[in-house]
Design a binder for this molecule. Structure first.
Ligand SMILES: Cc1cc2nc3c(=O)[nH]c(=O)nc-3n(C[C@H](O)[C@H](O)[C@H](O)COP(=O)(O)O)c2cc1C
Length: 180
């Protein structure tokens, strides 16, 4: 299985801790796993030009914006499973993650039948964040493999919550099972 995880938090906080935990589990299991920290990558906002749509379903997978995204497209297209992680902002996914979703416009038709799972962290309530990801999966024709959510506020508070590691292990096993 090839796994790509995407962290949509602008800080080294709870979401990043959970994705790093999942990534470590995958690596220890011999999975080809990569974790993308959006906060460290040069990814500009989608400018809505829609040049990527030329060719319709058979689009070439090209984006007019020159930044880190063209290098990420092949990773997503080669992945069997993708995990999105987000802090909950105003009960939705973070802007970083939403823009990442928008920037997959050149290749989203190539994500069909891949697995998608979600991780979300909020102070009080997850709101629509996981549903936002499920909507993305439905639009892309991806199979939803499940989610892990946690309530935590300060960076790495989530580490103190008993059972989170086991929930992440179960999510990893579900992804692995679905991808095979
Ligand atoms: C702009 C902003 C909006 C937020 N909105 C919510 C919210 O709607 N509901 C909630 O429970 N927590 C909200 N929070 C709290 C974060 O979800 C919480 O601190 C979480 O631990 C952040 O995850 P991270 O450590 O991975 O960045 C918000 C935080 C910020 C900065």
């Amino acid at each position: 299985m090839k796994l790509v995880s995407v962290c949509g938090s602008p800080r080294n906080g709870n979401t990043e801790w959970m994705l790093k935990y999942l990534h470590a589990l995958a690596v220890a299991d011999g999975t080809d796993s990569e974790l993308l920290l959006l906060r460290k990558l040069d990814i500009k906002m989608c400018n809505g030009c829609l040049a990527c749509e030329a060719g319709g379903k058979n689009r070439k997978g090209l984006c007019a914006i020159k930044d880190a995204m063209p290098g990420i497209y092949p990773k997503l297209l080669q992945a069997d499973a993708i995990v999105f992680g987000t802090p909950v902002y105003f009960e939705m996914v973070s802007g970083l993650l939403k823009n990442f979703m928008d920037r997959t416009c050149p290749i989203w038709t190539g994500l069909e039948d891949k697995r998608l799972a979600g991780i979300a962290v909020a102070e009080e309530g997850i709101g629509a964040a996981i549903d936002n990801m499920k909507t993305y999966a439905a639009v892309c024709g991806m199979t939803w493999s499940g989610s892990v959510t946690a309530l935590a506020k300060k960076p790495r508070d989530v580490k103190k919550i008993e059972g989170t590691g086991e929930q992440l292990r179960q999510l990893y096993l579900a992804l692995k099972r679905d991808a095979n």
